[in-house]
Design a protein around this ligand. Structure first.
Ligand SMILES: Cc1cc2nc3c(=O)[nH]c(=O)nc-3n(C[C@H](O)[C@H](O)[C@H](O)COP(=O)(O)OP(=O)(O)OC[C@H]3O[C@@H](n4cnc5c(N)ncnc54)[C@H](O)[C@@H]3O)c2cc1C
Length: 459
């Protein structure tokens, strides 16, 4: 049976919006992609004029290109194992050009408000002040652009910024010959702390962290580490995690040896921090590990172990909030980064709303969003149907226990997913079962809803 295709809007043209655009093109779904910036790439468009890039000048991706490449668009052979952000941007430009995606992207026309119509369908208010209606909405606005900064008691008299604004040791702050605390233990924190603590910068640098993370180098035994640790989806996730548990200890020794706290989880249970430089800086005495900050007093930073350092600057590499500024908060928000979604894409009861890219998959987001986009396109084309809302809720709860059940309750880990497990489950179970449901019960019909609906104001 051929069904009428729903007119679809995509919010954002980063990797999530681009892969969605590509898949919707492949499946013949009519769509418009709204992008508030004048370019594609989102986070990977260094210096993005709309403020949606958190890339710093020295940023190299920490996933190797073999793991990073989209399945239908390999990275150029000439690229190094760990491309620079400029190369990722150029790869995304090539992707957009090769598949003719720009024709459907409206640049400089972000979505300011998205209102669900009374019987389904969407009315969008855009940056240009237009009101546009669509049958379905794909949200791909990213979750690494709205900085999260912790509050510590007291007043700090020096300068402080979030890593979102950090570009290099001279921009936007002059960070040479200074005393600096970098807060956090994720990839941005360790990259920035490693850069600022190089002797050439003449800084005294501290890395303060509340919790631990497993640090893995980019290479081991002559290969990118993520090529050694690819999971086998046929082995239960619990066993895989057990088998990989000792890898960071074998490669680098225990974190305590470098002054870092021991993580509250085993290796493989959360996104590790990838750095070949951090342990070298700590082990060389260029960088000093500190526990969490207790309070500030002028230029003095008091740590929870009672030690005190007088510093000029604090850099918070403390993560990001998941934010949907275009939804009324009462309609949908993600307090403390909690966003419960079926397969991290769908909300029971909101059958014309899809999310792409709202996960923290190990080891990478790139093929993950490509896979999610495939399900989105199959759904809109009527060849995939999700289960009943009750089953969706049940499966979502079970997935959350599987992927994040072993963590302390913290915003950093709410979106954790093991990519290889997720991929295997989607390809071998969810998509085939969804196709069977669509054949048996018929597709979810979305086309034409937006035109039929009364306006939100008059309904
Ligand atoms: C410093 C850093 C390093 C990273 N390193 C890695 C790595 O090594 N490996 C890895 O796999 N991942 C990495 N990531 C994570 C991931 O690759 C990025 O966050 C990725 O950019 C997510 O893509 P996205 O399309 O979901 O979001 P974004 O890249 O943020 O793109 C969202 C797009 O939506 C647009 N937009 C936002 N709001 C609106 C609106 N209202 N209307 C219209 N358009 C809108 C934005 O302008 C942007 O173009 C890293 C992230 C950061 C911050």
């Amino acid at each position: 049976m051929t069904i009428q295709r729903p007119r679809t809007a995509i919010i954002g043209a980063g990797i999530s919006g681009l892969t969605s655009s590509k898949m919707l093109t492949d499946y013949g779904i009519p769509f418009t992609c709204f992008e508030s910036s004048d370019r594609v790439g989102g986070n990977w468009a260094f210096g993005n004029p709309n403020g949606h890039s958190s890339a710093y000048r020295s940023l190299h991706i920490d996933t190797s290109k073999a793991r990073l490449s989209f399945r239908d668009f390999p990275m150029p052979e000439s690229y190094p194992d760990f491309p620079h952000h400029t190369q990722i941007k150029s790869y995304l430009d090539d992707y957009a050009d090769t598949f003719g995606l720009r024709a459907n992207i409206e640049f400089g026309n972000g979505v300011e408000h998205a209102e669900r119509l009374p019987d389904g369908g969407w009315e969008l208010t855009t940056q240009r002040g237009e009101r546009r209606r669509f049958d379905a909405l794909v949200v791909a606005n990213g979750h690494h652009w709205d900085p999260r900064t912790p509050e510590f008691p007291g007043e700090f008299a020096g300068e402080s910024i979030h890593s979102h604004r950090y570009i290099d040791p001279r921009t936007p702050l002059d960070l040479q010959g200074k005393r600096i605390v970098v807060v956090g233990i994720g990839n941005s924190a360790v990259d920035i702390a490693s850069e600022l603590s190089q002797k050439s910068q003449r800084n005294t640098t501290f890395l303060s962290t509340r919790s631990g993370a497993w640090i893995v180098p980019k290479y081991a035994f002559g290969k990118p580490v993520d090529q050694l640790t690819k999971g086998n989806p046929r082995i239960p996730l619990k066993w895989q995690r057990r088998m990989a548990r000792n890898l960071p200890i074998l490669l680098s020794g225990s974190p305590e040896k470098y002054g870092l706290p021991r993580p509250d989880h085993h290796f493989g249970e959360a996104h590790p921090t990838v750095s070949s430089e951090l342990l070298l800086r700590l082990g060389s005495g260029d960088l000093t590990a500190k526990p969490n900050i207790d309070h500030f007093d002028g230029y003095d930073v008091h740590f929870v172990d009672g030690s005190v350092e007088t510093v000029d600057a604090v850099i918070y590499a403390t993560g990001y909030n998941i934010t949907f500024p275009f939804f009324d908060p009462g309609f949908l928000s993600a307090p403390e980064n909690r966003l419960s979604l079926y397969k991290r894409m769908m909300r029971p009861g909101l059958d014309d709303l899809l999310f792409v890219g709202f996960a923290q998959p190990t080891p990478t987001l790139f093929p993950f969003v490509e896979l999610q986009s495939r399900l989105v396109a199959a759904y809109l084309a009527g060849t995939y149907r999700p289960p009943s809302p009750e089953v969706m809720d049940e499966v979502t709860r079970a997935d959350e226990v599987l992927y994040t059940g072993h963590f302390a309750d913290r915003p950093r880990h709410t979106q954790q997913v093991d990519y290889y497990h997720y991929e295997h489950q989607l390809l071998t179970e969810e998509l085939p079962k969804g196709a069977e449901r669509a054949r048996r019960d018929g597709p979810v019909l979305l086309a034409g809803r937006a035109e039929q609906a009364a306006s939100p104001a008059t309904a």
